[in-house]
Design a protein around this ligand. Structure first.
Ligand code: NAD
Length: 353
């Protein structure tokens, strides 16, 4: 793989290789774009089989963060970090603190937070070495569980998609099929039930399925969720679930959910369009998480600000759908276009100074 060629083609600014053999640390920090502000994105701990795989993953994920924050109207750029290690067997305090020192060496160009393979305790270890970390527990003045804000944003994104599709944002009496009843899925469900929506839910864990049933949802087997008769299909578990095999099975008019990277490929966005479905892009509606932790930068978490920005997801989702319609492109392409226009405008502004 030609790393610099890839970075040039995709607009990346920096790739930092972090090596601390005494602590078993082998990590990468990717900074995609800092035009709008410091690069912010989570640290993933994952045992990639090769350095090439790990580098590609961190570069791709950092770029996605640029787009997510840009569309959400945040003054943040895109970044991501990855420690090549097994989160269950290799991760420890010293390794995370060593990583924190590397983050600190960037002087705030990159702000880290929790991602796959991490726990709130791990974030605390990093915070012992750097102030450039967010997503701290509330007991340390942080924003706590981000999935509350993510769930609210997903719900508001659904309402905007409903408005654009049916001319009415009300979800009362509508049926939503939720795939995954974890943090984001269950928080989204709470808002939906409050509004009088009906739920069809699946999860691979019995405890999650039971929780959904206790809340009044109809529970189905994991693979049956794609065939569920519903108004909205909401992926809240895994990426890649919208693909050539699943899209033909969907029986909904709207797809809107919290999972990252729902489309297996861009062509699957076209496929949803061809089936006449409104797709509310994942990173537009699930931005509540980055909004929440982003509201912690500067040392004081401002919940009212996080709430205000999360509520804007409704308007942003409508803008994305309207742009897609007026420019004759998919909603996914429209979201990317909105992000790129904002970054280009701010870059132009900076050039004036
Ligand atoms: P979670 O682990 O709490 O919940 C995921 C749930 O999905 C679990 O209950 C799991 O059992 C279930 N699941 C896994 N595979 C499944 C399958 N094949 N079929 C049905 N259910 C399955 O995670 P979360 O924090 O709720 O995150 C869910 C998704 O949202 C992830 O893609 C995550 O990256 C994304 N996301 C989360 C946040 C956040 O604030 N937590 C923010 C943005 C995006």
């Amino acid at each position: 793989m030609e790393i610099l060629e890839y970075m040039e083609a995709h607009g990346h600014e920096q790739l930092l290789i972090c090596h601390e053999p005494s602590q078993g640390l082998r990590a990468f920090i990717a900074i995609h774009d800092t035009t709008l502000g410091p690069a912010c994105g989570g640290l993933r701990v994952w045992p990639h089989e090769s350095e090439d795989d790990a580098i590609m993953d961190v570069l791709r994920l950092s770029r996605a963060m640029t787009y997510k924050s840009a569309v959400a109207g945040l003054d943040l750029g895109g970044g991501k970090a990855l420690i090549m290690a097994d989160p269950h067997t290799d991760k420890n305090e010293a390794m995370l603190r060593a990583f924190g020192r590397h983050v600190d060496s960037l002087g705030g160009r990159y702000v880290t937070t929790e991602d796959v393979g991490m726990t709130p305790r791990d974030v605390e270890y990093i915070a012992q070495e750097t102030e450039h970390v967010v997503g701290l527990p509330e007991s340390l003045g942080g924003s706590g569980d981000t999935s509350l804000m993510t769930g609210l944003g997903v719900y508001l994104g659904m309402k905007a998609a409903a408005k654009a599709t049916w001319g009415d944002e009300s979800l009362s009496g509508r049926t939503v099929a939720l795939q995954g009843f974890g943090h984001v899925g269950s928080n989204t469900a709470t808002h939906l039930l409050e509004e009088g929506a009906k739920l069809v839910v699946t999860d691979i864990f019995e405890s999650a399925r039971q929780e959904a049933a206790d809340m009044g949802a109809i529970v189905v087997e994991p693979d049956d969720i794609y065939d569920a008769e519903c108004d909205i299909f909401s992926p809240c578990a895994l990426g890649g679930v919208l693909n050539g095999d699943t899209i033909p099975r969907l029986r909904c008019e709207i797809v809107a959910g919290g999972a990252n990277n729902q489309l297996l490929s861009d062509a699957d966005g076209d496929l949803l369009e061809e089936r006449g479905m409104t797709y509310a892009p994942d990173y537009v509606v699930n931005a509540g998480g980055i909004i929440n932790v982003g509201s912690e930068i500067g040392g004081v978490y401002r919940k009212d600000r996080a709430l205000e920005l999360t509520k804007r997801i409704y308007r942003t989702t409508l803008d994305v759908i309207e742009t897609a319609r007026s420019e004759g492109i998919t909603t996914n392409a429209a979201a990317a276009r909105i992000a790129e226009r904002r970054i280009a405008a701010v870059r132009g502004l900076k050039a004036m100074l």
